[in-house]
Design a protein around this ligand. Structure first.
Ligand SMILES: [Zn+2]
Length: 376
């Protein structure tokens, strides 16, 4: 059964429902279970996923390292752990959600899948579409850079440029899919969210965090990580929930704005502008659902500006990890939270490094190269 995250209305599982008639996202019930043995997170936590996953079709998503940040831990006076999602098959956390989401399409008998994206999501769905032998449709805003289309073409996806920003395309795509028999595994599809739970399961195998910092755009990743921890608590595998922190860029922070103004609903963020393009969604489809979770679980919301983001990106480089600007937001936010005393000294903090910097190389400053001569 799928249940509305707001009004609680229920929907049967044999139809491709993704959103409630009230407009809010749907989700599956909380799973309970015990971890087992297995090389892959999908095996160890198989009791927590809605169906059996075909590991022969896996591209190796998940089971990413949780790396202790040496310099930043010292500098910030906390125990900081970096969940390095840049090591997924298409270099971002999206692969976890795509892998579970595509099984849902398979279960419902679809032969075509799609998504709406400007970057990471497109690459992920295109890659798994190819892997599973689906016909794949990627809807992109018309102003997309040519460079980003190359990988999609290589995976054999059909690319359709549409007018509108990400927020608008999301709703248009669901209509487009209904008319053409395409299952859109968008950012907060209930089964994509199930895939993101795997991050929480892996974290808990290594540390019991006091805080989890999550760069947040559509809200799908945040919902998935929170659901994972809620299931761990229900299953009595952890005693207490960590504090969940939503991180947004100041130039596009519809969730943080609503949170601080104590509104029940997000509003479209006008004229978004930030270097953190991967989290630049002016009207996140799970924005209200995230707000509800933040209130219920007493979470935090922090926004950071582009200068702080770029400085945090360099700091992560010094830890040996190259992330996209959107992923660096959480380190910038942690600095603020330490400065204003919200996060206490010695706290165990996990930061989700959502995606690699390799796809946004143009945003990195060229180095100063010295002329040298090699002689005796
Ligand atoms: Zn509803």
């Amino acid at each position: 059964m799928l249940k509305c995250t707001r009004c609680g209305r229920e929907y049967p599982l044999d139809e491709p429902y993704q959103r409630c008639e009230c407009g809010e996202p749907l989700e599956l019930e909380l799973f309970k279970g015990l971890p087992g043995i297995g090389r892959r997170v999908w095996e160890r936590f198989s009791q927590f996923f809605p169906f059996e996953l075909d590991l022969e079709l896996s591209l190796g998503e998940g089971d990413t390292p949780l790396t202790k940040a040496k310099h930043l831990s010292k500098e910030l006076g906390v125990r900081l752990y970096l969940k390095n999602e840049t090591l997924n098959p298409t270099w971002s956390f999206k692969d976890r959600g795509t892998f579970v989401g595509i099984h849902r399409a398979l279960e419902l008998g679809f032969k075509r899948i799609g998504t709406v994206s400007t970057g990471n999501m497109a690459a992920s769905v295109a890659a798994y579409g190819a892997r599973f032998g689906f016909e794949t449709f990627i809807l992109l805003p018309s102003n997309i850079a040519e460079e980003k289309l190359k990988a999609l073409a290589l995976y054999g996806a059909k690319i359709i440029k549409v007018r509108g920003d990400y927020g608008e395309l999301y709703y248009k795509s669901l209509e487009f899919g209904r008319d053409r028999g395409i299952y859109f595994i968008n950012s907060d599809d209930p089964f994509r969210v199930e895939g993101y739970k795997s991050i929480s399961f892996e974290i808990i195998e290594d540390v019991t965090p006091d805080y989890v910092l999550i760069p947040t755009s559509s809200g799908g990743l945040f919902r998935g990580i929170v659901k994972g921890f809620l299931e761990l608590k229900e299953s009595e595998l952890i005693e207490e929930l960590p504090k969940f922190v939503v991180i947004q860029a100041e130039g596009c922070s519809p969730i943080c704005s609503a949170f601080y103004e104590e509104r029940q609903k997000i509003e479209r963020f006008e004229n978004p502008h930030t270097i953190a393009h991967a989290i630049e969604n002016p009207y996140p489809p799970s924005g209200n659902a995230v707000l509800r979770l933040l209130r219920k679980l007493e979470g935090l919301c922090v926004s950071v500006d582009d200068k702080e983001i770029l400085s945090a990106q360099r700091a992560l480089g010094e830890e040996g990890i190259f992330v996209q600007p959107a992923s660096a937001t959480s380190i910038a936010a942690l600095k603020k939270l330490r400065e204003n005393g919200t996060v206490e000294k010695g706290a165990k903090v996990v930061s989700i490094l959502t995606g690699s910097g390799i796809k946004t190389l143009h945003q990195v400053k060229a180095p100063n190269v010295e002329d040298g001569e090699l002689s005796e």
